[in-house]
Design a protein around this ligand. Sequence first.
Ligand SMILES: Cc1ncc(COP(=O)(O)O)c(C=O)c1O
Length: 468
Amino acid sequence: MRMDNKAYLVQMKSNGVHSRTRTLNAKGLPGNDIHYMSVNGSLCTTKTKSRRQRWEVKPSEMSKNTLNPIRAIVDGMKLVPNPEKPMISLSIGDPTVFGNLPTDATVLQAMKDAIDSHKYNGYAPSVGYLKSRQAVANFYSCPEAPLEAEDVVLTSGCSQAIELAINVLCNPGDNILVPRPGFSLYKTLAVSMGIEVKLYNLLPEKSWEIDLQHMESLIDERTSCLIVTNPSNPCGSVFSKDHLQKILKVASKLCVPILADEIYSDMVFPGCNSSSLASLSSNVPILSCGGLAKRWLVPGWRLGWILIHDRNNIFGSEIRQGLVKLTQRILGACTIVQGALESILNNTPQSFYSDTISFLKSNSEICFKELCSVPGLNPVMPSGAMYLMVGIEMDHYPDFKNDVDFTERLVTEQSVFCLPASAFEYPNFFRIVVTVPEELMLEACARIREFCQHYYRPPSCDGNDLDQ
Ligand SMILES: Cc1ncc(COP(=O)(O)O)c(C=O)c1O
């Protein structure tokens, strides 16, 4: 092959988009210019740098900017339990750790059938099998927010759904609105992508409702999405219809799309509202992220989804195509789980869901009741999900610097591990996971009581109440 009187060696890359050619100099040896030939045949040249003299391999900026606050805090804690008391960990949002909450037999059978069929060992389309997307659409479709298969993207867990949703809506320099206290992944993903995170306040005294004025005050020209977590991790709160409508009103007025993290959708205690945001909105475009992890108690199966709600065609085809392109970077959901999905959604008995919810409610009530009477602690009763937040009146615990110190000493002395809520940008609280067996919940609460009774310092009698 000859061009411009120079000889070229052509190395074809497997994707065929660019081919790399190297000039041969007068002596027939490779020169320093590298030419990239695009598929249309045009040629561009770049000068190579002089040869490196030594190794210099550094982590990328993105990897350096990827911070998981839970790891950052927990890894810095001295978590040495009291050898006389077996450890009770109330810190991990994985309902399978104690073995007391198995998934339903129909869910397991669906997986076995999917494996035995030998039909799900290959690659699926990047957005997921049509049949599986249709099953999700049917399961979540309602007259107020109808869904078709094309409105569903299957992902590797809800985490990937959140990542794709942020990636498709935001550019570096944009900002997103995130709840405080809130699930830490949003910030971890956004910061590593150069997206600014603005935290809007939730109000513990109003069952963790959003401070709507505060939220609205944070929205500006570069706000590319509002993240709403409902039901909430870490609060276990569930927003009323009225509150959801008020959130939608702000989003509608200021034209901000919503990323609704609804991984705990329908994990709501009896008597509480379980509306999805999309079912209450006619105009706000919403990407609702969910998955199998929590409601079906199989977080390790890594199956999630994005439901695209766009009745006014605001996302339009561009956002949909953007999502499809992003799914083509790395294939998402495991095909075997995708193969089992239709059966999981259609055949799981109602009793499985209601038994799980009864258990979570009962354990939450036990924990709330026990901790309510502990001096200096203020638990907030949840309405769903699998968490309960507890406020610490730090003024009455002068032995401890903060929630991290408090929870660390709780491990050292009582072998009970609760996650300090600093991990959720909310100091002076800790989060309890309520999926543990009932007897362990009772034992953990008794130990927390003993610990608090030992360290609690009542208000002083000279009128200088520590609370003031
Ligand atoms: C609020 C929230 N969103 C998303 C996720 C991630 O879910 P998955 O395990 O399916 O990636 C979690 C997991 O704990 C969560 O609590």
